[in-house]
Design a binder for this molecule. Structure first.
Ligand code: IPM
Ligand code: MG
Length: 386
């Protein structure tokens, strides 16, 4: 799947529009990465992703300049805000943002340190850098198929879904008001916003299995009817892609019942939030799943899972989602396809060797810690270049 997501990299035209840029590698200035480890397991898994980037520098002409900044609860402790101006400024100057995770223990969610931490920091980043197109792959690794909650006969049909979620529109960013006992949240979309997400959806489908499912609630919502109109207008420009529409309630069912139906699933912000979580449980662990949020001037890369405060600081978190997020950064922000694949192949190789962190181990299977997993991936990368 990762190879597929890889070969599905955006076209040069989209890259230039989204600001990724196709720049020559050799002799170029180092790529500036704003590193935002955040809370919980964020710092631990980020350390492994940075090891991997150092290994990339050893075996390729790529050079990186990383700058670490505070976000989320960690930023609150230091500055009393979740998304400090200094962090925003550093991200604005960076070529890419590598993000860990934010959020605290549920029991403390009312404390000012954690209340609204995700909303302020994550939605703040999305808005500040118009991170309009969110990619969330959900793929079952064959060697980890037994981890999936689905029946083997369903898994055997293949699970390789790329959720393309519109990320800066819809009900998340419409007006929110509370007036006594009445509250409203406005869902609003422009055709232009819809087109940005669908364009990516169509283009990435062309590089994959050429099937795009547009998910909506067109039997009820005007916004969804607008999505259908825009998708129908765009479809003739992509004659090689089979496009279909699916209502969101049915999509929630089909993701579980018949995941092999889906190739690229493109949808609005809130439906994408919910469906990407549903899809993310199919591989068996969130610790495996990276994501990318593509913006106009800079892209952000983060694991699909959260900050997992219950296991933070124990050295047992799975760093693979963070490492694969770094691989997506190599691909989508730096156009380093070969380097991205090197990282992804190293991850597949250690999994094939049977290396398991706790979240992906079967009962009784020996496990490794966060750093051991990171070291093993680095060793595979270096060995592949000997
Ligand atoms: C996600 C998260 C966020 C969202 C929250 C934390 C605001 O659930 O990235 O999917 O709803 O977008
Ligand atoms: Mg979510």
């Amino acid at each position: 799947m990762l190879a597929r997501l890889g070969s599905g990299a955006a076209s040069p035209a989209l890259f230039s529009r989204l600001g990724g840029g196709l720049r020559a590698l050799s002799g170029a200035a180092p790529k500036r990465i704003a590193v935002l480890p955040g809370d919980g397991i964020g710092p631990e898994v980020m350390a492994e992703a940075l090891k991997v980037l150092t290994a990339v520098e050893k075996i390729s002409p790529a050079r990186f300049a990383t700058e670490t900044h505070l976000i989320g609860g960690a930023a609150w402790d230091a500055h009393g805000v979740h998304f400090p101006d200094a962090t925003r400024a550093a991200c604005g100057k960076a070529d890419a943002i590598l993000f860990g995770s934010i959020g605290g223990p549920t029991a403390e969610s009312d404390k000012p340190k954690w209340a609204n931490a995700e909303r302020n920091a994550l939605l703040g980043l999305r808005k500040a850098f118009t991170l309009a197109v969110n990619l969330r792959p959900a793929t079952v690794y064959p060697m980890l198929a037994s981890l999936s909650p689905l029946r083997p006969d369903i898994i055997a049909q293949g699970v390789d879904i790329l959720v393309v979620r519109e990320l800066v529109g819809g009900i998340y960013f419409g007006a929110h008001t509370t007036d006594g006992d009445r509250a409203t949240d406005v869902m609003e979309y422009s055709a232009a916003q819809i087109r940005t997400a669908l364009k990516f959806g169509f283009e990435v489908a062309q590089k994959r299995r050429k099937h795009l499912t547009v998910v909506d609630k067109a039997n009820v919502l005007d916004c969804s009817r607008l999505w259908r109109r825009v998708a129908t207008e765009m479809a003739p420009s992509y004659p090689d892609v089979v496009m279909d529409f699916m209502l969101v309630d049915n999509a929630a069912m089909q993701i579980i019942k018949a995941p092999a139906f889906f190739d690229v699933l493109c949808t609005e912000n809130m439906f994408g939030d919910i469906l990407s979580d549903a899809a993310s449980v199919l591989p068996g662990s969130l610790g495996l799943m990276p994501s990318a949020s593509l913006g106009e001037t800079v892209h952000l890369f983060e694991p699909s899972g959260g900050s997992a405060p219950d296991i933070a600081g124990k050295g047992i978190a799975n760093p693979i989602a963070q490492i694969l997020s770094a691989a997506l950064m190599l691909r989508y922000s730096f156009n380093m396809e070969a380097e991205a694949r090197l990282v992804e192949d190293a991850v597949s190789a250690v999994l094939a060797d049977g290396l398991r962190t706790g979240d992906i181990a079967l009962k009784g299977q020996p496990t490794v810690g966060t750093a051991q997993m990171g070291d093993a991936i680095v060793a595979k990368m270096l060995a592949s270049k000997k």
